[in-house]
Design a protein around this ligand. Structure first.
Ligand code: ZN
Length: 306
């Protein structure tokens, strides 16, 4: 029997689908490793892959703002699995919503009204924060939704999908417990994650880490002297010990900010994408391991003298 043809919207989801689907599926991914799902522009090739697919796996929560257009172009008639179904949604901070909107406006420049509209909608102030996978507890929910959806689309392999999902969920729960244990040993006032892309709201809530969003320091825009002064003040008053970059993002402004504040530039974290196959953070669990190790190293480094 030919394997079930499945398309996943982005790399993190694709890794979960691969774990559950095993050899019973043929998997394509739209936004591959180290590509930005927020500003993705589907190609005719993507439309063809989707047109041939029997199952589409989406994050949902407004993450794939480009999907409605692609679905139209592809004439997709298969089954859709919303991986985040049942997850308790969080909302974007005002600051991130404003930044996302500015980026979307920039990005959509010169394209159709319909496109502008779709983008603007996905980033409205108070919009749902889509980054739910940054909590391993939600990851468990994702995996269960994926297993149910695959079993429904391909009942002949139902028991295999559920067996793989169960084994994988056990790994996710074990990792979740391990990171909680290690973080609990860090004094609470040192558990601060300062970064520019506000993708860690679920993460912070799940693992009791305060998130300081250095929003306004986007990858392209040069922040004003005023904005830099405000951020410096926040970093000092909140006793931030390290600033983290987002992997794949390049932010000279963040580096400058860290230098001026006299704080460590922590490692790069993975937010919306996995690393390339065979490299660090090339799986969902590997991404967690990498991010947690970067954070724990910064949290437990000796405090810098004032
Ligand atoms: Zn994001």
């Amino acid at each position: 029997m030919a394997p079930l043809r499945v398309v996943a919207s982005f790399s993190i989801l694709a890794d979960m689908v691969r774990e559950v689907g095993g050899d019973d599926i043929h998997l394509d991914v739209l936004v591959g490793p180290m590509r930005d799902a927020h500003t993705f522009e589907p190609s005719p090739r993507d439309a063809r892959a989707l047109g041939d697919a029997q199952v589409l796996v989406l994050n949902g929560l407004g993450f794939e703002a480009w999907m409605p257009r692609l679905l139209d172009a592809a004439g997709f008639k298969g089954q859709t699995i919303i991986a985040s179904r049942g997850v308790e949604p969080r909302h974007l901070s005002e600051a991130e919503a404003a930044q996302a909107e500015a980026e979307a406006a920039d990005h959509a420049h010169g394209e159709s009204d319909e496109h502008d509209h779709a983008h603007a909608h996905a980033h409205e102030a108070g919009a749902v924060d889509p980054h739910a996978w940054q909590d391993l507890g939600n990851g468990v929910q994702y995996v269960q939704n994926i297993a149910q959806g695959l079993a429904q689309a391909d009942p002949a392999h139902e028991s295999a999908y559920f067996a793989r999902a169960d084994a994988y969920v056990r790994q996710l729960r074990k990792a979740d417990a391990q990171w909680r244990r290690q973080l609990a040993a860090v004094p609470q006032n040192r558990r601060i994650l300062a970064t520019s892309h506000d993708a860690f709201g679920y993460f912070g809530a799940a693992y009791d880490i305060r998130i300081l969003s250095l929003v306004g320091v986007s990858s392209e825009a040069e922040p004003s002297a005023r904005a830099m002064a405000d951020l410096l003040k926040q970093i000092r008053t909140q006793h931030v010990s390290a600033i983290f970059l987002e992997h794949g993002g390049n932010s000279p402004a963040l580096k400058q900010l860290a230098a001026e504040a006299g704080v460590t530039l922590g490692g790069s974290l993975y937010a919306d994408t996995l690393g390339q196959p065979g490299q660090q953070a090339s799986t969902y669990l590997g991404m967690f391991r990498w991010n947690m190790q970067q954070l724990l190293a910064a949290f437990t480094a000796p405090a810098r003298p004032e």
